[in-house]
Design a protein around this ligand. Structure first.
Ligand SMILES: [Zn+2]
Length: 294
């Protein structure tokens, strides 16, 4: 299996610049990068394409040509990104580690509510399996979803990609702060923890999480968050105020959020979120919190 391509080299007119998958938008690709992207392996000159749908984006190598009955691979033979072109497009999409499936707002909401209920109301889950209360999206298809449509890709954030129509959204793994370990770095997961408070920090605000075992984590708001959620970003204090209000009642509020897990030097782990709906405190979204405080 070829190594997943997460960054590429843009080469044009003697200029050379690296791009991460998360930095490339369809517009940037169409107006500037198309035709000038190459394998991240400096010694390899394979051409790379950016593919974008509604919910999934990824980099892939150009389809190889067949010359005189021989498959000509774009990558040099010892390139770690060398791909086996016998895979058809469909199985390529299902198997490729290049692909992140991003998660819709509705899917995030369901995952977050479910995570909250599993911690706060575990008895709810004893008799029947968890039911998604958004029945309108999946009317009577339970158990009838074509398993070949199930993406095997990784959960990604909105900046990563777009929908492949008709496919089910990926599982978002749910963990508590205590359950996270180094293998989780880089992945997108639903993390639950107890909020200590909102800190403005020197450079940027964050929410500090703490567990009874003493592990700490920080919820960070990405640049994409600040750009896409300007009102919420300017008013993060509401989160801080609400955490303090709940703490008065004697317990730390439970936060569930969906973000990318990263290393952090100021706490043991950081969860980077990109949208206000990727975070719920005591199962309340931003608007419900603002409402309650006013
Ligand atoms: Zn290569």
């Amino acid at each position: 299996m070829a190594r997943k391509i997460t960054r590429v080299i843009f080469r044009k007119d003697g200029l050379e610049q690296k791009y991460n998958l998360t930095e490339v938008t369809e517009e940037l690709y169409e107006t500037k990068l198309k035709g000038f992207l190459f394998c991240p392996n400096e010694t390899c000159k394979a051409r790379i394409l950016f593919v974008s749908g509604d919910k999934v984006t990824y980099f892939r190598t150009w389809k190889s040509k067949v010359v005189d009955g021989q498959v000509v691979n774009e990558h040099i033979s010892d390139c770690p990104y060398f791909v086996d072109h016998e895979l058809g497009e469909r199985s390529y999409r299902r198997k490729s580690p290049d692909i992140y499936y991003s998660i819709s707002e509705d899917h995030m909401k369901n995952v977050l509510r479910n995570a909250f209920d599993r911690i706060r109301h575990p008895d709810k889950f004893k008799k029947k399996p968890p039911s998604e209360d958004e029945g309108k999206k999946r009317p009577s298809s339970r158990g009838r979803i074509d398993p070949t449509l199930q993406p095997s890709g990784h959960a990604g954030l909105v900046a990563d990609g777009a929908t492949v129509r008709g496919e089910k959204e990926p599982n978002v793994y749910r963990k508590t702060l205590d359950e996270l370990n180094e293998f989780d770095y880089g992945s997108v997961q639903c993390i639950c923890g107890e909020a200590e408070g909102l800190t403005k920090g020197i450079d940027y605000p964050y929410i500090l999480l703490k567990t009874t075992s003493g592990k700490t984590g920080r919820i960070l708001f990405s640049e994409a968050f600040a750009a896409k959620n300007r009102i919420q970003y300017d008013n993060l204090d509401f989160y801080g105020q609400y955490i303090e209000v709940v703490k008065v009642s004697g317990q730390n509020p439970l936060i569930c959020c969906i973000g990318r897990i990263t290393k952090d030097n100021q706490s043991e782990v950081a969860i980077v979120i990109e949208d206000h709906y990727a975070l719920r405190i005591e199962n309340k979204n931003y608007y419900q919190i603002v409402d309650e405080l006013q």
